[in-house]
Design a protein around this ligand. Structure first.
Ligand code: NAD
Ligand code: ZN
Length: 360
């Protein structure tokens, strides 16, 4: 087992990474302060792992709430079901919420924990690659609004993140690839060595080689933990983690949540960000080809869906939270392994990329 720490002063917390950690009550229990626990999961993950999680929490008053599965249920209405369960079970402000599932469950359980009784502790047990390398770390929580992705939310850090790599065994291939998008992102924005490592190990990752996956998860969490420690509330460096996301969120919102996976939309978005960077002369055509080749090898899209009109994409991108003063701020690549946040680009180039980067 590996332990990393997200250094945030008195709110610091460990990330445990290893095999069969879900059964390790010795890891979980010290992070539960009170007697009550509410496990939040969904109807896909609960049948697979809820009993195991309950067993690890034996001896506590352990409740659970099972939400419908899907990004389209990451809503205010479904969030309310968590509050219903907490109140029905008379959970007090010492209850610990446990998020057992992918990023959707993690974001919703975390947001519920941020709000319930003005804030209760919570634990992340991410079960998708995407959640293990990204969403479970860093304390961003929230739900979607029909007009914009993740628009309602709060910062709320977990007590710990418990990553049981064995849970990836049941993850569909498409979801594994979606997680790889966020993994590639770390390489592109701040870790060129990791990008090279990914190029050498992509086949092993797709085969679900345990050692390769563990390495990718650890390296990703290390990058995420460093960024969050340096800029918890996203006043600077943390924004770099949004590479591809302004494009990606527009794809997700434009198609309707749950059509393209978040990671798929981010993958196409990263290619578009790289393409704009290339047009600006910041990276070379060969660099751009390198980005697209890796994204393709991860079995991810390198273009936006054809049916999404570029003008609609632009309108949606302007709603995204990265927009300031009406100008769309973007994360672009200054070089391979080095990202910047900027609105200093020619909008005509951006339009050109939106038109070019559509599927035929
Ligand atoms: N908070 C953050 O910092 C942050 C960062 C990145 C993404 N996100 C959010 O995360 C969400 C995407 O997360 P995701 O990709 O994990 O999607 P998800 O939570 O929808 O999970 C993907 C699918 O896999 C299923 N699943 C989960 N674990 C499984 C397992 N072990 N075996 C079989 N099936 C399993 C889920 O039920 C779901 O059907 C988006 O809403 C995105 O906005 C948040
Ligand atoms: Zn993301």
């Amino acid at each position: 087992m590996k332990t990393l720490v997200v250094e945030l002063g008195e709110r610091s917390y460990p990330i445990y990474i290893g095999e069969d950690l879900l059964a390790r009550s010795d890891l979980l229990r010290p992070h539960v302060a009170g007697r009550q626990v509410m496990i939040v999961s969904n109807d896909t993950v609960a049948p697979l792992y809820l009993r195991k999680a309950q067993a690890a929490l034996a001896g506590l008053q352990c409740h659970s709430v099972v939400l419908p599965d899907g990004e389209q249920y990451k809503t205010w209405e479904v969030l309310n079901r968590i509050f219903d369960a907490l109140l029905e079970k008379r959970c007090d402000r010492h209850v610990t919420l446990v998020a057992l599932g992918g990023g959707v469950v993690g974001d919703m359980a975390g947001f519920a924990a941020a709000c319930y009784q003005r804030g209760v502790p919570f634990i992340q047990i991410p079960t998708t690659l995407l959640a293990q390398v990204d969403s479970s770390v860093g304390g961003k929580t929230g739900v979607n609004h029909p007009l914009g992705k993740n628009m309602i939310g709060a910062f709320h850090q977990p007590q710990c993140v418990l990553i049981d790599t064995v849970t990836l065994g049941t993850l569909p291939d498409r979801e594994l690839s979606a997680g790889l998008a966020e993994v590639i992102k770390y390489g592109l924005i701040r870790d060129l060595d990791f990008l090279t490592w990914l190029e050498a190990n992509m086949d092993a990752l797709l085969r679900r080689d345990a050692a390769a996956l563990a390495e990718a998860i650890e390296r990703s969490c290390l990058n995420k933990a460093e960024v969050v420690a340096a800029d918890e509330r996203e006043s600077g460096e943390r924004a770099l983690l949004n590479l591809g996301h302004t494009f990606g969120h527009a794809i997700e919102t434009g198609l309707g949540y749950g059509s393209w996976l978040h990671g798929e939309a981010v993958a196409a978005g990263m290619c578009m960000a790289a393409a704009l960077s290339a047009r600006l002369g910041w990276i070379t055509a060969a660099d751009l080809a390198r980005v697209e080749a890796l994204v393709k090898r991860a079995k991810l899209p390198v273009r936006a869906p054809a049916k999404l009109d570029p003008e609609r994409m632009l309108a949606l991108m302007a709603v995204d939270k990265k927009a300031q003063d009406g100008r769309i701020r973007l994360v672009l690549l200054q070089a391979m392994g080095k990202a910047v946040v900027t609105d200093d680009y020619d909008p005509a180039l951006m339009r050109a990329v939106l038109h070019e980067y559509r599927r035929d």
